[in-house]
Design a protein around this ligand. Sequence first.
Ligand code: SF4
Length: 84
Amino acid sequence: MAEGRCRDLPPEIFFPSDGVGVEVARRYCAECPVKGPCLEYALENHIEHGVWGGASERERRRIARSRRSVRPHAPAATSRAATS
Ligand code: SF4
């Protein structure tokens, strides 16, 4: 957060109440040098509110769901490689 573009901006910008506000926050995040780590932090810590790493609450839920659905297949690929 110390390196983020939001560090000198009012926090309210990143906790919008509508889609227009989300777009405003995302524009700041799009040019942020720590966008990737910011998004990962929010996902790992299950932060539900606000725009983090350029992703809204809904988008983060979608990313988390997508990752959960992919992970169960990873060990199978590893064990298959071990037997060949
Ligand atoms: S990605 Fe957005 S919320 Fe995260 S540090 Fe950068 S400006 Fe702040």
